[in-house]
Design a protein around this ligand. Sequence first.
Ligand code: CO
Ligand code: ZN
Length: 370
Amino acid sequence: MYEITKDQVYSLLKKLSETVGPSGFEDSVRDVVIEELKPHADSLWVDSLGNVIAVKKGSRGSGRLMLAGHMDEIGLIVSHIDQRGFIRFQPIGGVSERTLLGQRVLIKTRDGRVIRGVIGSKPPHIMKPEELKQVPEIKDMYIDIGVSSKDEAEKMGVTVGTIAVFDRDLAIVGGSSDVVTGKALDDRVGVVATIEGFKAIDGNEVDVYAVATVQEEVGLKGARVAAYSITPDVAIALDVTIASDVAGVPEQEWITQLGKGPAIKVVDGRAATGLIAHPAVRDKLIEIARQYNIPHQVEVAPGGTTDASIIALNKEGVPAATVSIPSRYIHSPVEVIHLADLVNASKLTALFSSKITSEWALSISKRVIK
Ligand code: CO
Ligand code: ZN
């Protein structure tokens, strides 16, 4: 079997996470994904929403497995430029005001160039004491791109509808560890696991559809239409999950721990309103992880959800589960993951895709009672 190494996942993650791709504007990420998947796929296409779908045919020609990792990231979109060239924006997806202040951003101009801006605010020296304690609203923030007029901003290719994301390189935390930090690890780690998992598939009976989905952060939209066209018998979403194993959080609220292996989900969403993982798929993941000595943890997430929850509702329903990569500080510019968790998530994806039988896939998607 093709080996999945830390160096390999690190360099692919670096390339993907430093690429600009907020929801609906995933073009640059898509280019990287196509380049990676194309040589390993029997066929590959991009659908009307922009999902990349790569197929690896199975030996039995029956049973379809869908893997989904979302390409999009949270970001900003320009809503107004004032006469002095200051740029107002709206969020794309779950952007918190608290993470925006003091950030550099990358703006993708109309002609596809990437330029730098900063999110500015009033200096503290001229704020009233009560103002200093408050987090300003997004409507009171702006992006400064160093111009002095609207004209100049527009000449640089920045107009209403231009998008921006956090400006952050992928970097190793500490001197030399397996812990890395960057932006958009939600969900470029899932894209890495989808790609590396797909490349490493060996001896699959079922047809495997690796999908790099769009618009997850704004309502699981890409996965919805991709599932409709594929009609999978089984599906796995690959995404980040909450690792709140940090200072000041009691153990019962950790959800998952960094470096303890990919998490196999039982439920997610507030009060389990996201995904309730299909028990047979969830247990098969656990069984395979145990059999091949892949460290893993079992997860009950109190909020958030993934593409799996919409794929599960496709047509007559799809048995779906999620493999998650534990991540600290999700939706911030300093998201943190452990490379071993990403390697193991990729391996689990490859093993699940390679080892499930057509018979098993078909038997769980529809049980005929005699
Ligand atoms: Co997210
Ligand atoms: Zn995500």
